[in-house]
Design a protein around this ligand. Structure first.
Ligand SMILES: *[C@@H]1O[C@H](CO)[C@@H](O)[C@H](O)[C@H]1NC(C)=O
Ligand SMILES: *[C@@H]1O[C@H](CO)[C@@H](O)[C@H](O)[C@H]1NC(C)=O
Ligand SMILES: *[C@@H]1O[C@H](CO)[C@@H](O)[C@H](O)[C@H]1NC(C)=O
Ligand SMILES: *[C@@H]1O[C@H](CO)[C@@H](O)[C@H](O)[C@H]1NC(C)=O
Ligand SMILES: *[C@@H]1O[C@H](CO)[C@@H](O)[C@H](O)[C@H]1NC(C)=O
Ligand SMILES: *[C@@H]1O[C@H](CO)[C@@H](O)[C@H](O)[C@H]1NC(C)=O
Ligand SMILES: *[C@@H]1O[C@H](CO)[C@@H](O)[C@H](O)[C@H]1NC(C)=O
Length: 475
């Protein structure tokens, strides 16, 4: 995932934007195109939103590559990086689960299978040059979702959803992705030569954590839960989750032993930790430890990202043009993940469902743009459409977010998520080990290990400091 560093300047503008929007609304009140009052209206609106978003996808046309949105920007092929195709596949896997409309299932199946890479672990050689653990993780989470939602299984001779999710997890659990710097955790990038390999960030770890929590709940295999617990503990210990108010920060660099924390709060980081924690809560039969994490992260989400009712991308939304194409899609994941939290941690329903409804109402209200008069933008709190051109994209992330917000309103009507008794997807705990080694069960960490890790850290830190002068804070 590639994104530019947000400015640390605080935006003055949330109240200003609201004020401007309120005054301009008086003069240019436009009819709301999308109605979401009843289930039938929600389905009809979601159907149109899904149709419009699909117009941005070229992957099922002759000569185009299945699974991806036009891109990557680095090759001047379009606005979107590889990972966002995987996120879009997940959005349609949920769309089908929520609405029952199978219109796009064949397109999604094709895209999901085309991008698996030769070892069925979502590391296709075409994309290694920008392969982050988070990019791979987003595809893995979409495969996991297909298993949980009982999305139609691929043909027998193709990779299967559960095995694909396990393949991603196994490559990420492998010792070669874990080193002693910062006391543990995954790095952002996979190949050491990639820019950003020196950054250990929340999203890379949150993807691995979430996948582990979901595999544990699905398969009842404690090994996944052990890794997930350890990973969350690391995020806590290193201070990426604030110990006072549970704000979730972006990451830090190994040269500084991850103490140079970039405190930008992207909504998807907090939402994904909440989502994974809810699966751990469910897997542990409602443990107090995970309930506490779920409840605190949810309080933080509500406070920081829904202060004005609608989802708000805190680090960049205050200034037009400051959110990257990646960031413009985060609200959609927030809505989908929060809605799923209500299924596996039902006590959160009375808080989450009204939040999501209010936010979805704001989302559709601004979908009055373009020639169709129903194009959606990114700025939900303002109440009116702002041309997606201000953020220099064609609007796929913006459209995907509104589709997610609307379709997720049907979450209460969906069946329970499958597990390996009620589900149909075939797994393979050794998937992914063709590219990588064997996963050892976790032993409790001893004082000796910690000392060893510290020595390693000091060594690496020494090397890093000597190269400090020319190393950029690449992100
Ligand atoms: C691509 O998928 C869309 C949506 O299902 C469909 O309408 C269109 O005909 C497909 N195009 C091709 C070339 O298969
Ligand atoms: C890899 O890139 C080539 C050239 O653009 C393309 O033909 C091929 O379909 C791509 N493969 C995948 C799995 O995306
Ligand atoms: C590096 O950070 C980790 C995690 O916060 C900590 O346990 C370790 O002691 C630190 N190492 C050094 C050399 O400061
Ligand atoms: C579910 O997974 C567990 C542990 O991975 C395994 O022991 C069990 O046989 C699986 N059950 C089914 C029905 O596949
Ligand atoms: C949850 O409860 C079930 C049924 O009592 C039990 O079999 C299972 O081991 C429990 N899971 C955990 C992680 O404690
Ligand atoms: C776990 O999830 C199921 C639905 O999948 C739900 O019925 C159950 O209440 C959840 N467990 C806890 C402890 O909330
Ligand atoms: C549980 O998962 C681990 C990690 O992939 C695997 O090594 C082990 O074989 C699995 N156990 C069972 C019973 O499936």
């Amino acid at each position: 995932m590639a994104r530019s560093k947000p400015s640390s300047r605080r935006s003055p503008s949330r109240w200003l934007a609201t004020l401007l929007a309120t005054t301009s609304m008086v003069s240019s009140a436009q009819a709301v195109y999308y109605k979401i009052g009843t289930d039938a209206e929600i389905k009809e609106s979601a159907r149109t939103l899904a149709y419009d978003l699909m117009l941005q996808y070229k992957g099922n046309q002759t000569g185009e590559i299945p699974g991806i949105l036009p891109g990557p920007p680095t090759e001047h092929k379009g606005d979107y990086y590889w990972w966002e195709g995987g996120a879009m596949m997940g959005t349609y896997i949920d769309y089908w689960f929520l609405t029952g409309d199978p219109s796009y299932n064949h397109v999604i199946m094709e895209g999901m299978l085309h991008q698996t890479g030769p070892n069925h672990d979502y590391m296709p050689p075409n994309h290694t040059a920008s392969l982050g653990n988070d990019d791979q993780g987003f595809w893995g989470m979409s495969a996991m979702l297909a298993a949980e939602n009982k999305f139609p299984d691929p043909p027998e001779d193709k990779a299967q959803w559960l095995a694909l999710a396990q393949g991603v997890w196994v490559t990420q659990a492998n010792p070669d992705r874990h080193d002693g710097t910062c006391g543990g955790g995954l790095r952002w990038q996979v190949p050491p030569t990639n820019m950003g390999y020196n950054y250990k960030n929340t999203i890379a770890n949150a993807c691995f954590f979430d996948l582990g929590a979901r595999l544990a709940r699905y398969t009842f295999n404690q090994t996944y839960a052990d890794y997930a617990s350890e990973n969350f503990q690391w995020l806590w210990d290193v201070g990426y989750i604030d110990h006072e108010d549970w704000r979730v920060y972006d990451g830090g660099h190994v040269e500084a032993n991850c103490t140079d924390i970039n405190k930008a709060q992207f909504s998807y980081n907090a939402a994904l930790l909440l989502h994974g924690s809810a699966f751990m809560y469910n897997y542990t039969n409602g443990s107090a430890l995970w309930k506490d994490r779920v409840d605190n992260l949810l309080d933080g989400m509500k406070r920081d990202f829904f202060a004005d009712g609608a989802a708000f991308e805190l680090p960049c939304e205050g200034r037009k043009g400051a959110c990257t194409a990646d960031m413009l899609s985060f609200k959609g994941y927030v809505h989908r993940w929060l809605s799923t939290v209500t299924k596996v941690a039902p006590h959160t329903k009375p808080i989450i469902l009204p939040m999501l409804r209010k936010s979805a109402e704001a989302a559709v209200k601004q979908c009055t743009g373009g020639e169709t008069g129903r194009k959606c933008g990114f700025y939900w709190t303002g109440g009116e459409y702002i041309d997606v051109a201000v953020d220099k994209t064609s609007g796929a992330g913006e459209a995907m977010s509104v589709l997610a917000a609307v379709s997720s309103l049907l979450i209460e009507k969906t069946p329970d998520l499958a597990n390996n008794i009620t589900g149909t997807s075939r797994g393979d705990p050794n998937a992914g080990s063709r590219s990588r080694g064997v996963i050892e069960p976790l032993e409790p960490i001893t004082a000796g290990d910690r000392a060893g890790a510290a020595i390693l850290t000091i060594l690496i830190l020494g090397i890093a400091i000597s190269t400090w002068g020319w190393m950029s804070f690449a992100e």
